[in-house]
Design a protein around this ligand. Structure first.
Ligand code: COA
Length: 374
């Protein structure tokens, strides 16, 4: 019988510090007021525009976000700084992303009943890697004690679903038997907390997924991966120009394009219909109808976006809990979002139920992972 891939465990690391919209807005407004006071003469002379204030009511209405978790709260909320304070570590110390990933990994391995040494492929997929090399995944392999090989990949917000496909392919081809997928996202460090349009968007978290070959995990509970579909199309509507060539042109160093920048309206309009069409096409290919979809674990960027996508896919409003929301508490945790939703809201499914884990974001990129409860 052909080997298939099974998700047998998931884990989540949530940073200890939460920031409410009110706290974030108070910090932004304190900074805006101080900038406006500094520039009052030029503003009054009409030579400079005053910086408008942010508002919690707008944030919740436009995005559905109420709070977010961050690796460092003080640095983010300090109006003089508005950047997380994450001290550099010596080469002999564990990196921050490794530390986050170990915590999520241990939970996922426990759930799957798998020892670290039994993992023969470890893949890290996330939007921002904290250094160029050595790979974060290889560092995690060392500290966790997994065997085989490891590598990092980055497909922005779609990194987790693309990594799950990479893991499933490795199992189907026989390259690996047990794969650990990790998504350590420190999005607070790429976010411009002085940009009113986006300062509220992101939060930090790390997710972990254990995927095993059916010939060694046939007795286990979990979710059969019945198909993965990936889609990409170039767009600059979500962009971050940070990179190793920055120092080769000093004139651009420190500019805001070296952080997350987006045209949120365009993203909303262009991505929603495409996501709905990818999921619908994926269901067709698998000869499933949308009526058979018990759950949609969607990327967590914007509540209205998810409601729209779920409505288009299902042809009706989703039932309560059918498209679970975690962005109210976590904000957009980039690639971790759809996996957090899956981690928190999948235990109640019955054997035979279908669901889709779907992420979307910069690139553009969309990943659809169709699963069936065992
Ligand atoms: N506080 C108060 N008002 C604000 C504000 C803030 N923080 N930010 C923007 N506004 C104002 C704008 O100035 C604008 O005012 P105007 O109508 O007087 O010009 C108004 O609110 C609407 O701004 P807009 O940027 O068009 O908001 P939006 O409804 O598009 O919502 C997003 C913004 C970012 C929440 C939304 O576009 C979005 O989530 N898009 C998808 C993003 C996404 O999925 N990205 C993927 C990232 S991986």
């Amino acid at each position: 019988m052909a080997v298939s891939a099974i998700i047998t465990g998931t884990g989540l690391y949530t940073p200890p510090n939460a920031i409410s919209n009110d706290e974030l807005v108070a910090s932004y407004n304190a900074w805006a007021q101080s900038e406006n006071a500094k520039n009052s003469v030029a503003i009054e002379a009409g030579e400079k525009e005053s910086i408008p204030e942010s508002s919690s009511a707008f944030i919740e209405k436009a995005s559905g976000i109420r709070s977010r978790y961050v690796m460092d709260k003080e640095g983010v909320l300090n109006p003089e700084r508005m950047i997380p304070r994450i001290p550099e570590r010596a080469d002999e110390e564990m990196s921050v992303q490794c530390e986050m990933a170990l915590s999520a990994a241990k939970e996922a391995l426990d759930k799957a009943g798998v020892e670290p040494g039994d993992i023969d492929f470890l893949v890290v997929g996330c939007s921002n890697l904290q250094r160029a090399y050595p790979a974060i995944s290889i560092e995690i392999q060392h500290y966790l004690g997994t065997s085989g090989y490891a590598y990092d990949m980055n497909v922005a917000c779609s990194s987790a679903t693309f990594a799950i496909k990479t893991a499933a392919d490795a199992i189907l081809s026989g390259s690996a038997k047990r794969v650990l997928v990790l998504n350590p996202e420190i999005t607070s460090a790429h976010l411009n907390f002085r940009d009113r349009d986006s300062h509220f968007i992101f939060g930090d978290a790390c997710t972990a997924v254990v995927i095993e070959a059916s010939d060694i995990a046939s007795e286990k509970e979990g979710f059969d991966i019945i198909g993965c579909k990936l889609w990409t199309q170039f767009s600059s509507n979500i962009r971050n120009n940070f990179g190793f060539l920055n120092r080769a042109d000093e004139s651009g160093e420190g500019n805001t394009d070296k952080l997350f920048v987006q045209n949120g309206r365009k993203v909303f309009k262009e991505v929603c219909p495409q996501v709905a069409s990818i999921i619908t096409g994926h269901l067709d290919e698998l000869r499933l109808s949308s009526d058979q979809l018990t759950r949609l674990w969607l990327h967590q960027a914007n509540l209205s976006m998810n409601q729209l996508i779920a409505r288009r896919v299902l042809g009706k409003d989703p039932e309560a809990g059918q498209a679970p929301v975690i962005l109210d508490e976590y904000a957009n945790t980039s690639s971790a979002g759809s996996v957090i939703a899956f981690h928190k809201y999948s235990a109640d499914l019955s054997a035979g139920d279908y669901g889709v884990i779907c992420s979307f974001g910069a690139g553009y990129s969309i990943g659809s992972v169709m699963v069936k409860k065992r």
